[in-house]
Design a protein around this ligand. Structure first.
Ligand code: LLP
Length: 429
């Protein structure tokens, strides 16, 4: 996943949100000048191109129909839940916390899909009270819990059973979920999937709507999805289900030289593969990253530039692994650029680091940047709209950044920056 970053060329524009503009070398997103946003709202700052998010949602609905779900784990806040819902997508929530935010945003329960490999009784009960559209059942223990809840409440939720197809997609090991050796779902090859289906179909506790599968995340090759589709189609065939979901997982380019299928191309490949396997059930999907990742950039302020002759230059910014843990967790490659000079050559290679108290706190290992980068500059990393804010932390008691949605020249803060008092909110005397 680490991309080559040796080029001295300006940042390739295809890594920027759709609605960007460059005027006299300065970058705007959604009609808002990034340096002015940094000045008004402070840094670090997540800036989302709202229309970019909307157009990706529409592309997903066009490709799969109105049952397609946005995987909220990629990036969730009340404004995002409302945006996704208003564009006609369902929301996939994978915990009680994500469910809570989606409901607080006013998303109707029947537009929600509940995931999770270890859902608690509390999470299942809350989901059933909210009337969630689908529960994706992940284990026999969960079927036991649904039996207990049925005995208690009489409710009979519509469920999909998560099948694990034994397919290895080409991605980081931590992001693989479809291989036999997985904590997720009912394994097809061992017969567990068929046994779960037999049990669920003969149970009064659930109404089986279909089958679900998710092979992993940041997957670039449509052929990986096609292989999973073939296995799932064959495994589901004896049961005559109404609905099959291929899950999420479509990759996005993060660095110069990377490319990925569009949502429309992905949809064609997935629907084509199920069609070729003779599936007539409704085919669903739940993209997260492909909706949100390239919609946003993160703005930081450069605080120190340390050159060690013959070794490297460290450029330290005012965030780090607490707002983007992906480089540390997965070795993910990113680009960096200066919004004041988007068209400048990037002929200096530096290492962009954060302000956390550990050496591993790297954002971009070999970042090409303009040679006049200096303390006080606003530095940006593109493609940070997915799994950045959502995986953020308060490590070192660093405050979580604000999130801004920009559209039509207006910027609105949808998540405010944390304050030091927020750090004490859960402390008891
Ligand atoms: N559906 C299920 C059941 C999932 O587990 C996931 C992601 C998705 C859909 C959405 O996948 P996407 O379209 O976003 O690839 N933290 C990692 C990614 C973990 C993905 C977990 N599951 C990262 O930063 O790369």
């Amino acid at each position: 996943m680490t991309g080559p970053q040796a080029s001295t060329l300006p940042l390739p524009r295809y890594l920027l949100p759709d609605n960007h503009q460059v005027s006299q070398g300065r970058l705007s997103i959604g009609g808002c000048d990034l340096l002015e946003l940094a000045e008004s709202f402070g840094t670090p700052l997540f800036v989302y191109d709202e229309e970019h998010l909307r157009s990706r949602c529409r592309e997903a609905v066009d490709a799969f129909g109105a049952g397609v779900a946005y995987a909220a784990k990629a990036f969730l806040c009340v404004a995002m839940a409302r945006l996704v819902h208003s564009e006609g997508m369902c929301l996939d929530v994978s915990t009680g916390g994500e469910l809570h935010v989606a409901l607080a945003a006013g998303v109707p329960g029947d537009r929600l899909v509940l995931h999770g490999n270890n859902k608690s009784m509390g999470e299942l009960r809350r989901a059933m009270e909210a009337g969630v559209g689908r529960i994706v059942v992940d284990s026999f223990d969960e079927l036991d819990r649904l039996d207990a809840l049925h005995a208690e409440t009489g409710a009979r939720p519509r469920v999909l059973l998560r099948f694990t197809p034994g397919v290895e997609a080409h991605t980081h090991t931590y992001l693989l979920t479809g291989t036999d050796d997985s904590k997720f779902g009912f394994t097809v090859s061992t017969g567990a999937a068929a046994a779960a289906m037999d049990r669920a179909r003969s149970s009064d506790s659930v109404e089986v709507a279909g089958v679900h599968c998710h092979i992993g995340s940041q997957v670039f090759e449509a052929s990986s999805f096609a292989r999973a589709a073939a296995v799932i189609a064959a495994a589901a065939e004896p049961f005559g289900v109404d609905e099959i979901s291929i899950g999420g997982g479509l990759g996005v380019p993060y660095a110069d030289g990377e490319s990925a299928p569009t949502i429309a191309q992905w949809g064609e490949a997935v629907l084509g593969a199920f069609g070729a396997a003779g599936v007539t059930a409704r085919v669903m999907a739940e993209p997260g990253r492909a909706i949100a990742a390239s919609a946003a950039v993160t703005l930081y302020t450069v605080g120190t530039v340390k050159t060690i002759e013959g070794v490297r230059t460290y450029v330290a910014v005012d965030g780090g692994m607490s707002d983007n843990p992906r480089p540390v967790l997965y070795g993910s490659g990113y680009e960096a650029f200066l919004p004041r000079a988007v068209d400048s050559q990037r002929d200096r290679v530096v290492t962009v680091v954060g302000k956390h108290c550990e050496s591993g706190d790297t954002l971009v290992r070999d970042a090409a940047v303009p040679s006049d980068i200096a303390v006080g500059d606003i530095l940006a990393t593109p493609v940070t709209g997915a799994y950045g804010h959502s995986m953020g932390s308060n490590y070192n008691k660093i405050l979580r950044p604000a999130v801004v949605f920009a559209a039509g020249g207006e910027a609105r803060v949808v998540v405010r920056r944390e304050t030091y008092d927020d750090l004490l909110a859960c402390e008891l005397p």
